[in-house]
Design a protein around this ligand. Structure first.
Ligand SMILES: [Fe+2]
Length: 267
């Protein structure tokens, strides 16, 4: 395997907490190419209400970056997208805005939740999006404090139609041992659809798909590794439909029992 696709990265300069200028964006793309990444989604942060001029600025900078990457002979395709922050009426924003679905194909939505407090309406939003034929992808569930404290909540994300995207940095331990353990447990039980870098800069929070691939090689099956690093991502690009994971009853119990013991949490 040597052609990765990264569905989560912050590549647009001076737009969010990603790169500070086009040079940094190009440095990031160069690192991606060096790792065998051939396609990336530029998923800048977006919040509740997306003004038209902000969306226009995003596409203007995206097109500038595409041209600069081409001039620099970087063999990488940059798709549009967003990491949209949870709000109660996210489905209304999704219908109005061109940036909210990956590739602007009206299908897959990368959705981020608050890091420290899980809102009561989280599952309802996933359900509403799925009912409208969108496919919500929950960005880095393993990093949310409320998930680490009470992993059972992940089941609700899946049950209400969410696919899970785990960060490569979480798998490699960049966010601490507790988050790494949750990430690995999710992967061992094959509850994850995607691994992505969530890259922000050429120096910290870089692209990590190659080191993640090497790290996981003897930990999960080659077939599943291929799915979470390439096959599922390709299905987004081909605009095919990925179904949420169906969790058998006994798996629900054994999975959360093992996490409870490991973290000594109650749920
Ligand atoms: Fe992100």
């Amino acid at each position: 395997m040597n052609q990765f696709i990264d569905i989560h990265s912050h590549l647009i300069p001076q737009f969010d907490d990603g790169p500070k200028n086009f040079q940094e964006s190009l440095d990031m793309l160069r690192q991606a190419v060096d790792q065998g990444i051939t396609q990336v989604f530029a998923t800048s942060h977006f919040n509740e209400w997306i003004p038209r001029e902000v969306e226009t600025e995003y596409f203007k900078k995206l097109n500038q970056l595409r041209k600069k990457a081409e001039r620099a002979n970087l063999p990488i395709t940059i798709h549009s997208g967003s990491e949209i922050f949870y709000h109660q009426y996210v489905e209304k924003t999704v219908k109005k805005s061109k940036v909210t679905t990956l590739g602007n194909w009206g299908q897959y939505i990368l959705l981020e939740f608050p890091m420290f407090q899980m809102p009561d309406g989280a599952e309802e939003v996933l359900f509403k999006l799925a009912a409208d034929k969108y496919i919500p992808i929950v960005a880095h569930p393993e990093r949310y404090v409320k998930i680490v404290e009470r992993p059972r909540r992940i089941l609700n994300f899946i049950r209400f139609g969410g696919l899970l995207q785990v960060n490569g940095g979480s798998i490699l331990g960049h966010f601490g041992k507790d988050i790494q353990k949750v990430a690995l447990q999710l992967l061992e039980r094959e509850l994850v659809h995607f691994i992505a870098s969530d890259a922000h800069s050429p120096r910290v929070r870089q692209y990590v798909l190659k080191p993640v691939y090497e790290f996981l090689q003897n930990k999960i099956s080659e077939d599943y590794l291929n799915k979470v690093l390439f096959v599922h991502q390709k299905m987004i690009i081909d605009q095919q439909i990925l179904e949420p994971i169906q969790i058998p009853e006994e798996e629900k119990l054994s999975f959360f029992e093992s996490i409870r013991k490991r973290f000594k949490t109650s749920f």
